[in-house]
Design a protein. Structure first.
Length: 469
């Protein structure tokens, strides 16, 4: 074959190969487009399936008839809230409502019972806060979870719901019919399971029902709050001075383990208002907080009259009491206690009102001038807290347990506490660490310059001091 023919054949082969490559590329491109389109469709389909799954999961936690959560949904919310409670130590309560007389005979012109339940749920929701959760747990039973809520406020919520339901004109009940409800209220502890809360709450509901219904009962107590409007009388009775109990918790010198002093806690009688938070919350609701606070102050002073020696005692007082009362009402019982003890008034920063800081500062100066010490309790480590300390110039700064718990493992907490210690030195104030429960935290606090503290590491609050035994 001639060279020219061979060259032409080779050229033709190259052309054929190029054409084949181009054709193959087109085929692959078309397949890629199909795959891409299929992939996009799959993603859309997957997204729709996930949305449908989420919607089904959401619906599985709802009670269709009432429009509230069902038992599964409210249980799930509880599990989330109890975890928050364990981390923050905030109070939590629950309310269980049983509609006493919701029967077919009581309803007219309504064939759908769901409409009745939805209207009842609507009335209940109107009283609740955004953070509260409502669920239906039985045919005529509802469950309310109240995060960050003391028992006293939960009682108030239960009573408001009872009154709202009994006074409501739903429009589908027979003439002259009044809806009544038996309500149980329970304060939730850290170790309470959801099942335990239901059991105890239902026991309270049963107690309400067997005494005629249309009442609020407190779980774990035989006390029935038949009429919350009589709370003023209840407060006067419980806090008549003789009914107030006192507990003492050590304040310890870290290095020597010697007792620096005691904080005195006021407690109501064993029963419905034993918790100070519950009792003071109810006192505030009925505008008798200052009166109750002064009664507790006098009870704390009375509790140490027979204790010999010269001991530092810390007594809690609401800032509002210090601002609104004549100084003599607070100072005279402390100065003329008939003892040689040193007293310190503790004011919780959580109760401060920013607009009243200057007035509070003036009152604090009067207290300090009388020889009574002043401590700022529950101190945070944010800038606002630091500014308040600089304005008020207390003798003692008490560091909240949130910052002392596991401080040995937390670099950020150490930095904040170092800052606080420096501020306290500039003011000439002492720092007391609260909630110390581990030796490693105690050692870390010592290294950070804190000399005093209190907490379960040194013992739980006691009713009788060793000197009295």
């Amino acid at each position: 074959m001639s060279p020219v023919l061979i060259q032409n054949i080779l050229f033709l082969i190259v052309i054929i190969i190029v054409i084949c490559v181009i054709a193959m590329g087109c085929i692959l491109y078309d397949q890629w487009k199909v795959l891409k389109s299929t992939s996009s469709e799959n993603k859309v389909l997957k997204s729709k399936l996930e949305s449908a799954k989420a919607e089904l999961e959401h619906l599985s936690k709802l009670d269709i008839e009432s429009g509230t959560l069902n038992l599964i949904g409210i249980n799930e919310i509880y599990e989330l809230e109890i975890k928050k409670k364990l981390n923050t130590s905030q109070p939590m309560s629950a309310v269980i409502i049983h509609i006493d007389n919701l029967t077919i005979d009581s309803v007219t012109a309504v064939s759908n019972s769901g409409l009745v339940l939805k209207e009842i749920a609507k009335k209940i929701k109107h009283i609740l806060r955004p953070q509260d959760s409502l669920g239906r747990i039985g045919i005529a039973d509802f469950f309310i979870l109240l995060p960050d809520t003391q028992l006293a406020f939960a009682i108030k919520v239960g009573e408001r719901i009872r009154q709202s339901l009994s006074q409501a004109n739903f429009g589908f009940f027979k003439d002259g019919f009044t809806l009544t409800s038996s309500i149980g209220v329970i304060a939730i502890e850290d170790d309470f399971t959801f099942e335990y809360i239901l059991t105890q709450g239902n026991k309270a509901v049963t107690r309400s029902k067997i005494t005629g219904g249309d009442k609020v009962a407190i779980a774990g107590n035989t006390y029935l709050l038949e009429n919350i409007d009589n709370a003023n009388d209840a407060i006067d009775t419980i806090c008549d001075g003789d009914s107030v109990r006192t507990l003492f918790q050590k304040i310890v010198d870290f290095k020597t383990n010697s007792i620096y002093g005691y904080e005195i806690y006021a407690r109501g009688p064993v029963g419905s208002f034993e918790s100070p938070d519950d009792f003071f919350q109810l006192s505030a609701e009925y505008n008798v907080l200052t009166k109750v606070d002064l009664i507790c102050l006098r009870a704390c002073i009375e509790a140490v009259r027979k204790i010999h020696g010269s001991i530092r005692f810390h007594i809690n007082l609401f800032p509002a009491t210090l601002i609104r009362c004549e100084p003599s009402l607070i100072l005279n019982p402390l100065i003329y206690s008939g003892t040689s003890h040193n007293f310190c008034i503790e004011l919780s920063q959580k109760k401060f009102i920013t607009e009243e800081l200057i007035l509070l500062k003036e009152k604090i100066q009067l207290v300090k001038q009388s020889g009574v010490f002043v401590a700022i309790d529950d101190l945070g480590l944010d800038n606002e807290s630091m500014q308040r300390i600089l304005i008020l110039e207390p003798d003692i700064i008490k560091l909240d347990r949130i910052y002392t718990n596991e401080v040995a493992k937390n670099v950020m907490k150490k930095r904040f506490i170092t800052r606080l210690v420096n501020v306290s030195k500039s003011l000439g104030s002492e720092v007391i660490a609260e909630g110390v429960e581990a030796y490693e935290d105690k050692d870390a606090l010592i290294n950070l310059g804190i000399k005093l503290g209190q907490g379960y590491l040194f013992g739980k609050p006691i009713e009788v001091l060793p000197e009295e035994k």
